[in-house]
Design a protein around this ligand. Structure first.
Ligand SMILES: [Cu+2]
Length: 382
């Protein structure tokens, strides 16, 4: 239906334009070419000026109106240590390009008005102007150099890897169609070895279970947790096609490329609860979370940090969303302690276990029970 209306509109506009052309031709024949040219040139000049004003005002009004929603200001403050550096790069670029945008549009439409056709006016012929060329070469060169140098500096800071003596937690994000597999290193703090050839239905990550570093590794469910204030290094891997590890509130965004591991290091500085409290200040977050339930919780109360895939990776792309909770170190430890090791809970003793039949030091110690204390033969109590 919408398409039909659009097609009809286009046809109607074309007919109107053709008719206007005919009317102009007829009036030209009646009034004489020069008079018509003077009139239409005058009108075009004024229309250019009017368009300039309406256009610039709408650009500024809409930019201001949608600044939170579409430009990422207001409630979208960075929740990571490096986020501020990237945000200020965006702001600087927006300021410079904004100035150029406004100046070029004023020049474009103002000159269209100023140099409209007039009788007895001849165009000036300028073959060359050294001063003008110097200005329009030097000014963009200086601005570009400034932006590129600042950008490189920010890039080097943001992309710096962790030092060997630093305290950090390393996790692994493996993108596949269509979910993220998130692996934590367990109590030893080290992720176990992987080999893609070991990938199977029960071993989606291709963990090498002969490597004891894998024995305590945890594969987390829909919700992942991170402690606030602690550096996190994420190993980013793709199993099939390009994905992108994207944590918008943390300004973390890195491609997951098949066959080419990438990484991102960041430090969350605001817990989920703190971020919710900040959102509370904004009217758009004080609307009901569920529009059908106006008395229910507000949007800020239900806010969660989100891990998304930012590379269109197929028709299930949208379902790669995961929830990230940033909590205090104590809350994190309490959560982490209860997350079962994938090896122990899913693999140990089964056919896929390369250590089957061997006794490992992680196996539960069996305490022999004296015969008279054997509880298994007791009648169940009613
Ligand atoms: Cu994806």
């Amino acid at each position: 239906m919408t398409a039909l209306i659009i097609v009809l509109c286009i046809i109607l506009i074309t007919i109107v334009l053709v008719q206007i052309g005919r009317v102009t031709e007829l009036t030209a024949q009646i009034k004489g070419e020069r008079e018509v040219m003077r009139d239409s040139s005058k009108w075009n000049g004024w229309i250019s000026l009017g368009f300039l004003v309406v256009f610039l005002v709408s650009v500024f009004v809409s930019a201001w109106h949608y600044k939170n929603e579409m430009l990422g200001y207001g409630p979208h403050a960075a929740a990571s240590q490096h986020g501020g550096a990237l945000d200020s790069m965006f702001n600087l670029t927006l300021i410079f390009t904004g100035i150029v945008f406004v100046l070029t549009h004023i020049a474009l439409f103002w000159y269209a008005y100023k140099y409209r056709w007039r009788e007895n006016r001849k165009a000036e012929f300028i073959a060359h102007d050294n001063r003008l060329e110097m200005i329009w070469t030097a000014v963009p060169a200086v601005v570009m150099t400034f932006l590129v140098v600042r950008g490189l500096d920010a890039w080097n800071t943001v992309m710096a890897d962790v030092g060997s003596d630093e305290d950090y937690i390393e996790i692994e994000a493996i993108g596949q169609q269509f979910n993220w597999i998130i692996r934590y290193p367990g109590s030893d703090g080290k992720l176990g070895a992987r080999d893609y050839k070991l990938t199977s239905a029960n071993n989606q990550v291709g963990q090498d279970f002969t490597d004891r570093k894998n024995w305590d590794d945890v594969i987390v469910g829909q919700e992942m947790y991170l402690p606030v204030g602690k550096k996190v290094r994420v190993r980013i891997i793709a199993k099939d096609v390009l994905h992108n590890f994207y944590l918008p509130q943390f300004r973390v965004k890195m491609d997951a490329v098949p066959g080419m591991p990438t990484y991102f290091v960041f430090t969350p500085i605001k817990t989920t609860a703190e971020y919710r409290n900040e959102l509370r200040k904004y009217p758009e977050y004080n609307e009901p979370y569920d529009k059908a339930d106006p008395t229910g919780p507000k949007r800020w109360e239900k806010f969660e940090y989100e891990l998304a895939c930012a590379e269109l990776c197929g028709k299930g792309h949208y379902s790669m969303k995961r929830i990230l909770r940033v909590v205090s170190q104590e809350e994190f430890d309490a959560w982490y302690k209860n997350e079962p090791s994938y090896y122990v809970s899913q693999i140990r003793g089964k056919d896929d276990d390369p250590n089957k039949g061997k006794v490992l030091d992680i196996d539960p110690v069996e305490v022999p029970q004296p015969a008279d204390q054997d509880t298994t033969k007791k009648e169940p109590t009613k």
